[in-house]
Design a protein around this ligand. Structure first.
Ligand code: F6P
Length: 358
C-alpha cells in the first residue's frame, strides 16, 4: 500500500493533468489500493491542510484537459520561512499535513520557485519527487519541461495569424511572448512563426540594430515585418544598469511592457506603423499538444517508478530524449537560459533573423 500526495504549484500550464494522470495510472497499476491525495491550490493547501482524497476515476478523461484539477497558487519561496499573518510557521505546518496524511511521498509539479520549496521540504526530511512544469522551459537539469511545446504552438499560431494581417496592411507587428526572464518560448515560436526579428532577455538588444534590420527589409521591398519579443527582453543600456537602478527606471516607465517601448521607438525612427499583440495567458491555456501528452505520460510513469523504488529527493528530467532523475539539490535555485552562442541562435542568425545584437 502506498499513500501519495500530488501538488501543483506556481503558474499553471497545459499538461499538468496529463502528468498527474501518468503518475496515478502507473501507481494504481502496481498498487491498486494506493491512496492518492490531491493537495489543493499548491503549497497553500499543504500549509493549511486543504486536500482531498482522489479516486481512480478522477484521473480518467483528463489527458487532454488544460489547467489543474487540484488548483494551484503562487507561494514565493522567499517568504516560506516567514510566519503567516497569524504567526503560523509554514514549514512546520507543511510537515504536519504530510505527517497527518501518513504519506510515503509527495509528488510536486512545478517550476523554478516551486523547486526551491520542494528542495527545502526534502531537506526537512519529507520524501519528495518533483516533475518539471513550465511554459518557460527554464528549469535547470532537464532539456524539456512539460507545457513548453503546447505554449510554443499557441505563440506560433499567434505569429501565423499576425502574418496575414501584417502583409495586408504593410505594418510592423510585435508579438510579445511570455517566458519570464528567459527566451526559450520566444526563440522557438519566433523561428516557427518566421519572425524577422527575435528579441530575448539573454541577448540585450540595441534599438539601432533593430531599426537597421527593419530598414533593410524595406529597402528589399518587403512591406511588413514581424518581431517576436520576449516579455523579459531588455535593451543594452538597461542591461548595463544595476538591478536597483533598472527597477527604479521601470517603475517610472509609461509603457505597460517592453514591446510598447520598442514599438514607439520603431515608429519614431522608421515612420512605419506599428501594432502590438500580447497573447498573454492564452499561451498557458487549452489542451496540451501531442508532444506534451507523451512526455507528461512518460514523466508521470517515471515519477511513479521512483516511488516504487523508494528513491526520493529527485526531479524527473529529460536528457537527450531519455528520462533521468536529477537530485533536487542540483536543480533548486538555478535557471536554464538560452546561450547566446548556442547552435540554435547561430542557425537562426544564418537564416537572416536579427537578434538586435549588432
Ligand atoms: O512562468 C510561467 C509564466 O506564464 C511566465 O511566462 C509569466 O511571466 C508568468 O508565468 C505570469 O505569471 P502570472 O500568471 O502570475 O501572471
Amino acid at each position: 500500500m502506498k499513500r501519495i500526495a500530488l501538488l501543483t504549484s506556481g503558474g499553471d500550464c497545459q499538461s499538468l493533468n496529463a502528468t498527474m494522470r501518468g503518475v496515478a495510472k502507473s501507481i494504481y497499476e502496481t498498487y491498486p489500493d494506493a491512496e492518492i491525495y490531491g493537495i489543493l491550490e499548491g503549497y497553500k493547501g499543504l500549509i493549511y491542510g486543504n486536500y482531498k482524497k482522489m479516486k481512480p476515476s478522477d484521473f480518467s478523461g483528463i489527458l487532454t484537459l488544460g489547467g489543474t484539477i487540484i488548483g494551484t497558487s503562487r507561494q514565493p519561496f522567499k517568504y516560506m520561512r516567514d510566519p503567516d499573518e497569524n504567526g503560523l510557521d509554514k514549514v512546520k505546518a507543511m510537515k504536519s499535513t504530510y505527517k497527518k496524511l501518513k504519506l510515503d511521498c509527495i509528488v510536486i509539479l512545478g517550476g523554478n520557485g516551486t523547486h526551491k520549496t520542494a528542495n527545502l521540504l526534502s531537506e526537512e526530511g519529507l520524501n519528495v519527487v518533483t516533475l518539471p512544469k513550465t511554459i518557460d522551459n527554464d528549469i535547470w537539469g532537464t532539456d524539456m519541461t512539460f507545457g513548453f511545446q503546447s505554449a510554443v504552438d499557441i505563440a506560433t499560431n499567434a505569429i501565423d495569424c499576425i502574418h496575414t494581417t501584417a502583409a495586408s496592411h504593410g505594418r510592423v507587428f510585435i508579438v510579445e511572448v511570455m517566458g519570464h526572464k528567459v527566451g526559450w518560448l520566444t526563440l522557438h515560436a519566433g523561428i516557427a512563426g518566421g519572425a524577422d526579428i527575435i528579441l530575448l532577455p539573454e541577448i540585450p538588444y540595441d534599438i539601432n540594430s533593430v531599426v537597421d534590420a527593419l530598414n533593410k527589409r524595406t529597402e528589399q521591398g518587403k512591406k511588413f515585418s514581424i518581431l517576436a519579443v520576449a516579455e523579459g527582453a531588455i535593451s543594452k543600456e538597461d542591461a548595463a544598469l544595476s538591478k536597483k537602478e533598472y527597477k527604479k527606471k521601470q517603475a517610472k516607465s509609461p509603457f505597460p511592457s517592453v514591446s510598447y517601448k520598442i514599438g514607439k521607438e520603431i515608429e519614431e525612427r522608421t515612420g512605419q506603423e506599428v501594432r502590438i499583440t500580447v497573447p498573454g495567458h492564452t499561451q498557458r491555456g487549452g489542451e496540451p499538444c501531442a508532444y506534451d501528452r507523451v512526455i507528461s505520460s512518460r514523466l508521470g510513469a517515471a515519477a511513479a517508478e521512483l516511488i516504487k523504488q523508494e528513491k526520493y529527493g529527485y526531479m524527473v528530467g529529460i536528457k537527450n530524449q531519455e528520462i533521468v532523475p536529477v537530485p533536487l539539490s542540483e536543480v533548486a535555485g538555478k535557471l536554464k537560459m538560452v546561450e547566446p552562442d548556442s547552435s540554435i541562435i547561430k542557425e537562426a542568425k544564418s537564416l537572416g533573423i536579427c537578434f538586435g545584437d549588432k
